[in-house]
Design a protein around this ligand. Structure first.
Ligand SMILES: C[S@@+](CC[C@H](N)C(=O)[O-])C[C@H]1O[C@@H](n2cnc3c(N)ncnc32)[C@H](O)[C@@H]1O
Length: 313
């Protein structure tokens, strides 16, 4: 080992799901889940395909070798394997690369979660269209059977879709028109008429007070903002600084007995800190709330996936 290798952080071997876990996903109608998670990257199964996301060459080699061993052991193998470099800076992100499989096939694919269909685009890069770590929160939202759902930072509208399938009217808000169009397409894929739901391309932070002024209210609200954002008017926004503003604005449009999902990938906000901040917001409004922490899905070991908390006001 040379002196440079000696100073590198040690790569923890990835933890792979068992054959029984994969079969359980299949039985549950879920074809989009993680296969492995490690310190140097992770492996996702997306329908018939697999994406190996890696932070460095050592991890890439380890994960590809692990995938080969795992497929031999479990008897399940993908049609295609993509690899994707995960840089430390967002500006350095690059498109995934086809590592193995038929180059003539479309990079768009359809996966299922609990039997619900989602259209993914592997070529879209970092975000293919479905955040797998939110699986339990989607199921929880559906189990609440809400009547009116506000999904802020909606992306491809997966939370709106599960709520709509449970009978809710939904309002999905995202700055990106393209993501909302993908959301509409996901509705159609599942036989839900998007024309009966609202999709608004706007800044969630600016829209929330307008919704309150219009007297709108919701019995379920999804708050899953990015760590950093730029508002519609170009203002920089950081979840760690602006979380309370967002939650206070959401509480203005919450019905009594509203379920609010607080979710973030910001490493400075774990569920304990989320709860502390949410309590302060409730106190400022002289409201009480219960908190439910449902944790991460079994294919996401501790330290992987978003920090999430349900606030039941
Ligand atoms: C972390 S993703 C949300 C994932 C989504 N909750 C899900 O589970 O599929 C962040 C989304 O926020 C959107 N976004 C960023 N800043 C925004 C803003 N100020 N207002 C509305 N949407 C915004 C982005 O376009 C992106 O689609």
């Amino acid at each position: 080992m040379n002196s440079f290798e000696g100073s590198r952080p040690t790569l923890q071997p990835a933890a792979w799901i068992s054959a029984a876990q994969r079969e359980a996903f299949e039985v549950a109608g879920t074809t989009a889940h993680r296969l492995a998670s490690g310190s140097g990257g992770w492996v996702e199964r997306l329908g018939a395909d697999v994406i190996v996301s890696f932070k460095g060459d050592g991890a890439k080699t380890e994960l590809l070798k692990g995938l080969e061993q795992w497929t031999t052991k479990t008897g399940w193998s993908p049609t295609r394997v993509f690899t994707r470099f995960v840089p430390t800076r967002n500006a350095d992100r690059v498109s995934p690369v086809l590592h193995e499989g038929d180059a003539s096939l479309s990079w768009k694919t359809t996966v299922t979660e609990a039997g619900i269909r989602y259209r993914l685009d592997i070529a879209a890069g970092y975000s293919h269209g479905l955040f797998l770590d939110q699986r339990l929160n989607r199921a929880r939202l559906q189990s609440f059977k809400p009547k009116r759902v506000l999904n802020t930072f909606a992306y491809t509208c997966s939370f709106s879709l599960v709520a709509a399938l449970a009978g809710a009217e939904t309002l999905s808000v995202d700055l990106s028109r393209k993501s909302l169009d993908r959301g509409r397409h996901n509705f159609e894929l599942n036989g839900v008429d998007p024309a009966r739901h609202r999709f608004v391309a706007d800044d969630a932070l600016e829209l929330l007070p307008k919704l309150a002024d219009q007297g709108e209210s919701f019995d379920a609200i999804i708050l899953d903002p990015p760590t950093f954002s730029r508002s519609g008017n170009g203002r920089r926004w950081r979840v760690v600084d602006d979380f309370e503003y967002l939650l206070m604005a959401a509480l203005e449009v919450a019905t009594p007995n509203c379920a609010i999902l607080l979710s973030t990938n910001c490493t400075k906000l774990d569920p304990v800190k989320l709860r502390r901040r949410a309590r302060l917001c409730a106190k400022a409004r002289r409201q009480t709330a219960d908190y439910i922490e449902i944790g991460s899905p079994t294919d996401f070991p501790p330290g992987h996936g978003a920090s999430t908390l349900w606030m039941m006001v």
